[in-house]
Design a binder for this molecule. Sequence first.
Ligand SMILES: Nc1nc2c(c(=O)[nH]1)N[C@H]1C(S)=C(S)[C@@H](COP(=O)(O)OP(=O)(O)OC[C@H]3O[C@@H](n4cnc5c(=O)[nH]c(N)nc54)[C@H](O)[C@@H]3O)O[C@H]1N2
Ligand SMILES: Nc1nc2c(c(=O)[nH]1)N[C@H]1C(S)=C(S)[C@@H](COP(=O)(O)OP(=O)(O)OC[C@H]3O[C@@H](n4cnc5c(=O)[nH]c(N)nc54)[C@H](O)[C@@H]3O)O[C@H]1N2
Ligand SMILES: [Mo]
Length: 713
Amino acid sequence: MARPSSRRRFLESSVALTAATSCTAKAATTPGACFHDCPDGCAWTVTSQAGKLVKIDAARNHPFTRGQLCPRMDHYLADIVNSPNRLLHPLRRTGAKGEAKFEKVSWDTALDAVASKLQQIIQESGPTAILPYSFAGTEGVVHQHALSTRFFSRLGATRLDRNICGDAGNEGVKATLGASTGVLPADVVHSRFILIWGANPALTAPHSWHFIQEARRQGARVVTIDPQFTASAKESDWHLQPLPGTDAALALGLMHVIIAENLHDADYVQKHTLGFDKLKQRLAEFPPARTAAITGLKQQDIETLARQYAKPGASTIRVLVGMEHHANGAMAYRAISCLPALTGAWRHRGGGLLYMAWELCQLNYDAVTLPKLENPKTRSVNMVQLGQALTSKTLNPAIRSLIVYNSNPATIAPNQNLVLDGLRRKDLFTVVLDQFLTDTARYADFVFPAATQVELLDLIPSWGQNYIAINLPAAAPVGESVPNSEFFRRLARKMNLTEPYLFETDEQILRAALNTQHPYLKGITYERLAAEGWAPLNIPDPWLPFANGAFQTPSGKCEFYSESWAKKGLDPLPAHVPIKSTEGPSYPLRFLSSKSATQFLNSSHAGVPRAAEAQGRPFIQMHPADAKSRNIADGDPIRLFNPRGSLLAPVQLNEKILPGVVAISHGWWASRMPGKSSANALTRDGLTDLGGGGDFLDTFVEAEREPVRPIEA
Ligand SMILES: Nc1nc2c(c(=O)[nH]1)N[C@H]1C(S)=C(S)[C@@H](COP(=O)(O)OP(=O)(O)OC[C@H]3O[C@@H](n4cnc5c(=O)[nH]c(N)nc54)[C@H](O)[C@@H]3O)O[C@H]1N2
Ligand SMILES: Nc1nc2c(c(=O)[nH]1)N[C@H]1C(S)=C(S)[C@@H](COP(=O)(O)OP(=O)(O)OC[C@H]3O[C@@H](n4cnc5c(=O)[nH]c(N)nc54)[C@H](O)[C@@H]3O)O[C@H]1N2
Ligand SMILES: [Mo]
């Protein structure tokens, strides 16, 4: 049994536990922060008493957290940390794959088996027969990537392209602006017009949503562009519903009107943009009538929107991630990000494009992941196409071992049935490190218990706002669970690896990350964070990144025309590339599976009974017109299907979803659904135009009535 010594080792490596916990005789408080893949990055303090965790309090003075967590994290201690369903010991599979039958084994037994199997595979097929699979279970610098990346680089395992979220959009925005950080989320309070485009921040970024509400209270007009009637659309002054995948056409149509009506900022355009004349030629193809025909919007609405948006002053376009999951996803972001330069919105605080903020947090990531260890020639697999990789007849060597941590691919990866076919393979050796027996873990040969956030040391940057936070351990890990880093240390040791970089402590990694000369991180030290919990990045105030041009493109201008895209063989101008159905005419309905569950964060928390109950049953959203023609009534059990799979759930007729579009929330575990499949059973697994993202929102389906078994717990 490894438990006692591992616990001791863990406590020794966590200087933080004593250094930064402020104690009274009765209670101690420890600073921490949320690890979730969410743009808000909340900070908190954990109170413990006599070694027992008592409560988590949201940081009151943090400008984003503002004393409130979210409906998930309000219940974090009961739902996750102290959950009766939490994995506390290593498990070895005893039943068939997917059956979820396991027996408890010791760490030594489990690690011996994993280490010797991996060594055997490496000997017989080479290290690329091993595939790591991970994403954003935690966004912490230490436990998301550090030792795992070093470990798999050292082995020479197949590399994973982790592009399922954000890469397509970033590529598009970067082509136009050179950077993805524009307006800061708190600066929208200075905006007079906020265009929420293919994003749902009222749900997905509830803390930064506060600033949009504040702007609206001060008189800003808020408009949402989304095929679905989202939480954000509900709180907007106007909601426009284009056909999915037509946003680049809409952006081009808006630019057409703005220039035709001379509403653009000619001075800004002349000084700070590149390719205006070429753009104008392209815009000639997008008069309002044609734009209306492509997008399904009314011509008059397109003209009105263009006029409202282009009024002088601070207008902001708020994008996030959802809209990128289309075959033309990168191009949509590229086209939309041209708009603020055309109107000169960047001149004003709170004017421009509000997207991400990760570029502001210039930690020393090289010191964390040691990219030099990785051989760029080693083959890679895109995480979006896991099913294809696991079932490929041509991959040589085939993937013989899958090692999953920080992710639940049986739920979150597109083309779920193909993923499950792969996971069912008798000759695939699957190892999962998680806190719960997820739908992926059900297929594992060995499952290892992961520690939770309150039990580990980490550094939490944010991709959505301009603060950084530390997370100190408030307690030792429950049961035999260990933080990710410790799992990879133990596995490396069992495999007789000796390189010191595989065994660095969490604190060493964290300090290395902070060891940077970047001015935005000046004065932000381990000691300061341990004492204060979080800190704002030292960015210029006011933040006006492109008020005077200075774009980070090759030309230094906002590139309406992109030479670098031309060199890649891409259209150098923003363009509308129509989405093609791969399913054929028998599947006429567009299927969206975005986020709509307040209680879930992707598939995290979806296995928690309280959260599932609070969330209620999953419904398929459908317009009454689409239901009528199929003889479907409100509340009927229906089946969505296409050549990849099917999905059963009750229907909720909704006048406010775009006709021709059906939707269900992403996140539910297939094992908890009637019919044992969830949204990704239907989704396609192609890639986006650039950035290697997934085109899973280009899925087409048909619908029919179907008797549904009750949801199983
Ligand atoms: N409650 C909750 N919050 C979350 C998450 C969660 O699972 N649950 N996940 C987190 C993560 S990982 C991320 S990446 C962010 C994502 O944050 P968002 O991008 O805000 O969320 P999504 O639901 O992915 O997509 C937003 C909207 O895009 C719309 N959309 C889809 N296709 C198109 C299109 O072609 N055109 C237009 N105009 N709109 C389109 C969808 O209808 C959806 O309402 O949220 C984070 N926050
Ligand atoms: N159809 C459809 N598919 C989608 C999306 C969509 O909108 N629609 N969204 C996509 C997007 S934007 C994203 S970001 C991905 C999200 O994909 P993932 O990042 O895989 O998200 P989660 O489902 O939250 O899975 C995270 C897992 O990590 C575990 N975990 C948490 N903390 C730790 C830890 O410290 N250690 C270990 N080992 N495990 C931990 C959790 O218990 C959970 O099982 O899904 C994508 N898939
Ligand atoms: Mo995401």
